[in-house]
Design a protein around this ligand. Structure first.
Ligand code: IPM
Ligand code: MN
Length: 371
């Protein structure tokens, strides 16, 4: 298969983790005789520095002309504590999601057998967890009208949803549940918010089209508690933009590190693949960022094009790196390896799984930088 992939590394650790995902994709292309091309473009704080625009026209054009987008991370502390900043890096990502109509953000959460002891949560609670979060991505409070009064003392953000916006992601969530364990949990705040009551009404209607799927409802405050009390109860979680943002960061604790969580943002025409983590500016350039979320996002990219075997090969390589403890300091404090060495191991393993032991000793003997 021939794929033109737009690469938007973004800020902070974005470029270094994305590089590892590209290595994995190149190894896959070689093994399976595909042709993947990668074209880079800027977004976020780095794009503001270059062009004063967090999403330059050229970047958007490239995305629209590509088969898929691989996204790194966005954000720079120099904007975080400046409420007066007129342009912000995050606007680049939000505009990109909106312009490309990427309304569904799919975030798989899994407890890896080999990492059960790395999570601050108890092993028996997280063991066997396998959740797919369907987060609405182009509506709600993120995109509703914003207002700041002249005197600067009053502000508001509107949370607006239409039936159509709810329906299209709900169908994707139910279809996913049919292929999984036939359960959808709608997370909302229907005891308080009118928009949540609309979600309940619309989703209840759609559920009738999927008779094998059990639909249940949880208020977001309770869902946040259930996520760490008993995450195994969840199969597919369907939720609006802001709740999905919060609950997915919380869910990352189950896996042992936010550096493991990948995501796919899809619409009717375009698809983008991005780790759920941020730009982690403190780690930039130190080689300590975990590239696995980005590499697993590349696996989701392959799956999007029905390259299931290829995606599975990436996942196996990732699991092998976890098993052999070839990991960055978020998962491993004794024999840490660098971001780039984790990427090398995974790419090597994809090309040559039989020699994994050799690869393993090379990594540890060749002496990767110990941080
Ligand atoms: C995410 C991020 C973004 C979001 C930020 C960077 C705008 O936190 O992808 O989860 O809030 O959606
Ligand atoms: Mn987030």
């Amino acid at each position: 298969m021939k794929l033109n992939i737009a690469v938007l590394p973004g800020d902070g650790i974005g470029p270094e983790v994305t590089k590892q995902a590209i290595k994995a994709l190149q190894a896959i292309a070689l093994e399976f005789d595909h042709s993947f091309s990668f074209t880079h473009a800027s977004v976020g704080a780095i794009a503001i520095d270059e062009t004063e625009n967090p999403l330059p026209e050229q970047t958007l054009d490239l995305c629209e002309a590509s088969d898929a987008i691989l996204f790194g991370a966005i954000g720079d502390p120099k904007y975080d504590n400046n409420p007066d900043a007129k342009v912000r890096p995050e606007q680049g990502l939000l505009r990109l999601r909106k312009s490309l109509g990427l309304y569904a953000n799919i975030r798989p959460v899994k407890a890896y057998e080999t990492l059960l002891d790395k999570s601050p949560l108890k092993k028996h609670i997280i063991e066997g967890t396998d959740i797919s979060i369907y987060r609405e991505l182009t509506g709600g409070i993120y995109f509703g009208e914003k207002h700041l009064s002249e005197d600067g003392n009053t502000a508001s953000d509107l949370c607006l949803y239409t039936k159509l916006e709810i329906e299209r992601i709900a169908h994707l969530a139910f279809k996913a549940a049919v292929a999984r364990r036939n359960k959808v949990t709608l997370v909302d705040k229907a005891n308080v918010l009118e928009s949540s009551r609309l979600w309940r009404r619309v989703v209840t209607e759609i559920a009738k089209e999927y008779p094998t799927v059990a639909l249940d409802f949880l208020f977001v405050d309770n869902a946040a508690m259930q996520m760490i009390l008993n995450p195994k109860q969840f199969d597919v979680i369907l939720t609006e933009n802001m709740f999905g943002d919060i609950i997915s960061d919380e869910a990352s604790v189950i896996g042992g590190s936010i550096g493991l969580l990948a995501s796919a943002s899809v619409g009717d025409k375009y698809a983008m693949f991005e780790p759920i983590h941020g730009s982690y500016p403190e780690a930039t350039g130190k080689g300590i960022a975990n590239p696995i979320a980005s590499i697993l996002s590349a696996a989701m990219l392959l799956e999007h094009f029905d390259l299931f075997e290829e995606a599975e090969v990436i996942r196996q390589a990732v699991e092998k790196s976890l098993l052999l403890n070839i990991t960055t300091p978020d998962l491993n404090t004794e024999h840490t390896v660098t971001t780039s060495k984790v990427g090398d191991f995974i790419a090597d393993y994809i090309s040559n799984p039989k020699d994994s032991n050799l690869n393993f000793s090379n990594i540890h003997l060749g002496q990767s930088t110990i941080i």
